[in-house]
Design a protein around this ligand. Structure first.
Ligand SMILES: *Cc1c(COP(=O)(O)O)cnc(C)c1O
Length: 429
């Protein structure tokens, strides 16, 4: 046997999964159990003191969920991972150990609409705030970071605009400021982009999308790079200072590169309870087994459909970073060389009404507020997912009123093109 690190296709099937020690079951069992029996009173005490790692109660840890955590940490090249009940839960859980009242996160103005809403309104209830800036303007990003900034947040491939973030440049700015970079890698998946290799501290995902891949599960994950020095200054007391709820334990001193991971489980999941359930973890593990195969087809289908749309007279423009016409095409080679995923938008010359008519005229595409499904999906972002945003925010996010978003699935590209063609004929008649 060679010592070579296994390739992605091998890891997506095997990482985190061993034959079940009790039964030999080859697939990861669904451990549908709330609690786990302690060997004896000393064992229980050691687990509760975080002196020994093991299973106590499924709000904190569960063997099925742990297999998924190990798989995601491996695929992203991180030290540890924490699964959460949704992508949005993962975002709150990622910020929770870092933030506090009066502190802020510097975020890209090109983000998933739900994240813009979460960051613009809901986090204010915790006393946190977000400063949105154009992440192509490096001076603006650097200038937005102040003494109260505790995180920088962006998406590798931004949803929905076909925009790719220059992660290396943003990481360099975050690094200089001593602030962790959090990258939402939902649209790219670790098959197309590994943000930790570009300097990310934490990677978050909505596993609801391409990772599970078939529109069955709501789930999220945080992958911890293990590389950030939480004790370099006094900005991150939850990780560097004594924790009263654990007899004064200091997470960074005790757990080193796994400080964030242990904190997010022992404090975050314990007290916020945004836990992924074992059944959902199992579906997601099965989805990830075919991630590379699916992403290849998602990308090749997306290129075909985007090229066809770009040549169509009824279409004003197509924003897909996988097209040579995209201003972000050069970044594809650097950030996600295997492809630009399958989420993109296009604009109709005939405007808002035609977009609405198009959506009502498709047969094969499903009109849903989801992405990363085996099925091809269509949505008019301005009237749905990005509805809570102002028109200026919609335009900045690539979801202007005359723009339609597609998530290209795994069907035959010719069938998808034929469906769009007939729907465009009706919409633009
Ligand atoms: C869907 C999505 C989220 C939110 O995830 P949920 O699982 O729906 O909570 C966050 N970021 C991006 C990029 C998404 O596409």
């Amino acid at each position: 046997m060679s010592e070579k690190t296994p390739g992605f296709d091998t890891l997506q099937i095997h990482a985190g999964a061993r034959p079940d020690p009790a039964t030999g079951a080859r697939q990861v069992p669904i451990y549908q159990s709330t609690a786990f029996v302690f060997r004896d009173a000393d064992h229980a005490a050691a687990l509760f003191n975080l002196q020994e790692v093991g299973y106590i109660y499924s709000r904190l840890t569960n063997p099925t969920v742990a297999a998924l955590q190990e798989r995601m940490a491996t695929l992203e090249g991180g030290a540890g991972a924490i699964c959460c009940s949704s992508g949005h839960a993962a975002q709150i859980m990622a910020l929770f150990p870092l933030m506090g009242p009066g502190l802020n996160v510097v975020a890209s103005n090109r983000l998933y609409g739900g994240t813009v809403t979460q960051f613009s309104h809901t986090i204010k209830r915790f006393g946190w705030s977000a400063k949105f800036v154009d992440f192509d303007d490096m001076d603006a990003v650097a200038a937005a970071i102040d003494d109260n900034t505790r995180a920088v947040f962006c998406e590798s491939i931004a949803n929905p605009g076909g925009y790719i973030t220059d992660l290396d440049a943003i990481a360099a700015i975050s690094d200089r400021a001593g602030v962790p970079l959090i990258v939402d890698n939902t649209t790219a998946t670790p098959y197309l982009c590994r943000p930790i290799e570009h300097g990310a501290t934490l990677v978050v995902h909505s596993m609801t999308k391409y990772l599970t891949g078939n529109g069955t599960v709501t789930g999220g994950v945080i992958v911890d790079s293990g590389k950030f020095d939480w004790s370099a200054n006094d900005k991150f007391p939850a990780l560097s200072q004594p924790e009263p709820a654990y007899h004064g334990l200091k997470f960074h001193e005790t757990f080193g590169p796994l400080a964030f991971t242990f904190n997010a489980i022992a404090i975050g999941l314990r007290d916020l309870g945004m836990t992924l359930n074992a059944q959902a973890a199992h579906y997601t593990l099965m989805g990830i087994e075919t991630l590379s195969l699916r992403m290849e087809k998602h990308c090749s289908n997306a290129v075909k459909v985007a090229q066809w749309l770009e040549r169509d007279e009824r279409v004003a423009y197509v924003t897909y970073a996988g097209l040579p016409s995209s201003p972000y095409y050069d970044r594809v080679n650097r950030i996600c060389p295997k492809g630009a995923s399958s989420l993109f938008t296009f604009s109709l010359k005939a405007g808002y009404e035609a977009c609405v008519k198009l959506i009502d005229s498709v047969n094969l595409f499903s009109h849903v507020a989801n992405l990363g499904d085996t099925r091809s999906l269509i949505i008019h972002s301005a009237s749905t997912t990005h509805r809570q945003l102002t028109e200026a925010q919609q335009i900045a996010a690539g979801a202007a009123p005359d723009v339609v978003r597609l998530s290209i699935g795994l069907e035959d590209a010719d069938d998808l093109i034929a469906d769009l063609d007939q729907a465009l004929s009706k919409a633009c008649a």
